[in-house]
Design a protein around this ligand. Structure first.
Ligand code: NAD
Length: 250
């Protein structure tokens, strides 16, 4: 396992940042792909300071296939074949159903569904060559429960869950597992932005205190589940929805 190369999209912030740090600490050569170059570089610097091997690939929009392909070529040339992929980059924007424009609908699908599609097509050939691979797609607990003012987002994340199941069946015989973690209420800049805009109807702390575990999630909670799913020991786990949500969804 150590020395294998992992790519984490959206690794510059929140959940992706925690996953990148965890994988680098576990010995993966970790590439942090993000739209935000400065954020990606900061996370890669931090990971290197902690003794890990990390590469920042900034300015990459996962919804742009050409940029994705270039980014994976750079990762492959620098760190070696990509055997672990965590599709974490995503966007969220609350909007009443009748106010959802074609542009918002399409943009949400492009980032949350097309992004993982492009990244998987870029990484899977390396995994097939190696006869081993791990893909983890970060979806959302809102796709399990529904959520008002998020039809576009929920549809995209439900699409990602279906994509995960189908790809798992196709790639299982190649030694590649594909799973999804649908997080719920994880304290990240994305969630705090929703709180600031009044979309949560209450604070993060208030909602956390009402969960069975009595707190909001931490990015490290998601990273811990992800670390298991990409491990050797998780080879018999594929096509699964691994909820990490403090008991919000059972
Ligand atoms: P965040 O906003 O803190 O971080 C997202 C990162 O992704 C940022 O660094 C951003 O620059 C990057 N990014 C955004 N669009 C991109 C694009 N097109 N191409 C490349 N990078 C891009 O968000 P977060 O809360 O850490 O969310 C991470 C993932 O978890 C998302 O897919 C989100 O939908 C999902 N999620 C989060 C929660 C939660 O409670 N925080 C709940 C359910 C699902």
């Amino acid at each position: 396992m150590p020395g294998r190369t992992a790519v984490v999209t959206g690794g510059g912030s929140g959940i992706g940042r925690a996953i990148a740090h965890r994988l680098a600490a576990d010995g993966f050569a970790t590439a942090i792909l993000d739209l935000d170059t400065e954020a990606a570089e900061k996370v890669a610097d931090e990971a290197r300071e902690r003794g890990g091997t990390a590469l920042a690939v900034g300015g990459v929009d996962v919804s742009d296939r050409a940029r994705v392909d270039d980014a994976f070529t750079r990762v492959r040339d620098t760190l070696g074949p990509v055997l672990v992929l965590v599709n974490n980059a995503g966007m969220s924007a609350n909007k009443r159903f009748l106010d959802v424009t074609d542009e918002l609908w399409d943009r949400t699908m492009q980032i949350n569904v097309n992004g993982p599609f492009y990244c998987c097509q870029a990484a899977v050939p390396d995994m097939v060559d190696a006869g081993w691979g791990r893909i983890v797609n970060i979806s959302s607990s809102s796709a399990q429960t529904g959520s008002p003012f998020m039809t576009h987002y929920v549809a995209s994340k439900a699409g990602l869950i279906g994509f995960t199941k189908a790809l798992a069946l196709e790639l299982g015989p190649r030694g590649i597992t594909v799973n999804t973690i649908p997080p719920g209420l994880v304290d990240t800049p994305m969630l705090r932005r929703s709180e600031e805009r009044g979309y949560l109807s209450g604070t993060v702390e208030h909602h956390g205190s009402r969960l069975p575990v009595r707190r909001a999630g931490r990015p490290e909670d998601i990273a811990a589940a992800c670390a298991f799913l990409v491990s050797e020991g998780a080879g018999y786990v594929t096509g699964q929805i691994i909820g990490v949500n403090g008991g919000r969804v059972t």
